[in-house]
Ligand binder design. Structure first.
Ligand code: ZN
Ligand code: ZN
Length: 385
């Protein structure tokens, strides 16, 4: 009897348009498109007891019709598993009288569109956001949301597929926005998420304003991490993996010369016990590292105009500053007299040529290309992909 992991693999192989993910509660979620008996279905199946159907919740979209099913639906037989369920989608949808409406008539299509444009007309009276439409009326953009100025949402019409948005990239929004079929309900949900993300964004406000953030190059509402200066040659990388639960999902990596990192890591793990839930991440970090403030961006009042870039120190391997992906040289060796700094990618290449370079628990060890002193760093933390 194959276990559920093998069965899931089999299922994903058989139905290539389906992907698996987990809900925030940790239940298995299968979503995507399948073709059964020459009919296409878009499905979203939450299946906590996979491959069994107990406690499952299925939504199916066929053409413009959407139906939801649970295991108690009469047509679903007690001995079915997920495979039977998918193969029987045509039967389930037929029972609900879909067959007759398999083809949307022009009139129905028109009605569907008219509904959306009626909605737009009503929504455009709202003061809570701005609406822009393209000339062909195939794209709509909501922006300038009350109190959340930088956010926007762009949808294609009349399908209501999200084409662009300002929400954090680390979340699979496609699945979260899958089951909305009116403009208003989708927009409501978007604004609800903005509310829920308040704490996440608030935690970055002081870091962006009061710290010398080096990466991302210009942080946006889509970024869930910051890399900023702690002191010379030492950087903190803050990552929030679940923007809906910023504090419990945050992690902090310390990057810099080996000795500094070891000592600061101890300070940080000891300080974590006294985390003050009343204060934001920025203030807690100041407390933990016993600082009044983090080093600020050089320039007048922390302002940095594009022309007057801070004293940029080039990478001593490639002699550049910004690489194509925005990476800047940050890594220095353990020799305090040596002032050379390097890009993570350049250094990784250099380490690869070393016979005695090694990686242990995500930290790579080698020598400084310039002074040959030891140098340790975590490429995993610094290099995307
Ligand atoms: Zn370089
Ligand atoms: Zn060196």
């Amino acid at each position: 009897m194959p276990n559920s992991k093998d069965l899931l693999e089999q299922l994903l192989l058989r139905y290539e348009g389906i992907t698996s993910s987990h809900t925030r509660k940790g239940e298995l979620c299968l979503s995507g498109i399948v073709q059964i008996k020459e009919t296409w279905f878009t499905i979203k199946l939450i299946c906590p007891k996979f491959p069994k159907l107990e406690e499952m919740h299925l939504s199916v979209q066929q053409s413009i019709k959407v139906e939801t099913f649970t295991e108690t639906y009469t047509e679903i037989e007690a001995n079915w598993n997920v495979f039977d369920l998918i193969e029987n989608l045509p039967k389930l949808m037929n029972k609900n009288g879909i067959q007759k409406q398999n083809l949307i008539t022009d009139a129905q299509q028109l009605e569907l569109q008219q509904n959306i444009y009626t909605e737009i007309a009503i929504l455009s009276k709202s003061d809570d956001f701005e609406i822009e439409l393209n000339e062909a009326f195939t794209l709509i953009r909501f922006s300038k949301f009350n109190q959340q100025e930088q956010h926007f949402l762009e949808l294609s019409l009349p399908s209501l597929q999200i084409t662009k948005h300002s929400l954090p990239d680390c979340i699979n929004w496609e699945t979260l926005f899958q089951n909305f079929f009116t403009l208003n309900s989708l927009l409501e949900q978007f604004r609800k998420y903005l509310e829920e993300l308040h704490e996440f964004y608030d935690n970055f406000v002081d870091i962006d304003e009061l710290c010398h953030v080096l990466q991302p190059r210009s942080p946006s509402t889509k970024d869930n991490w910051r890399l900023f200066l702690l002191r010379e040659h030492v950087f903190l990388k803050l990552v929030i993996t679940d923007p809906f639960a910023p504090i419990s999902s945050m992690s902090l990596k310390i990057l810099g010369p080996t000795e500094d990192v070891e000592q600061l890591r101890r300070t940080y793990s000891e300080g974590l016990c006294n985390w003050d839930a009343e204060m934001d991440i920025h203030k807690n970090l100041l407390r933990i590292f016993d600082l009044c403030f983090f080093p600020m961006r050089p320039g007048i009042d922390g302002e940095l105009t594009d022309g007057a870039v801070e004293e940029q120190q080039f990478c001593n391997i490639c002699y550049c500053y910004h690489l194509d992906d925005g990476d800047i040289p940050l890594i220095s060796c353990d020799n305090r007299q040596c002032t050379m700094i390097y890009h993570a990618v350049c250094l990784r290449e250099w380490f690869n040529t070393l016979s005695d370079g090694k990686t242990f628990l995500k930290v790579s060890f080698g020598n400084c290309p310039f002074c040959k002193a030891t140098l340790s760093t975590s490429f995993v933390e610094l290099i995307k992909n």
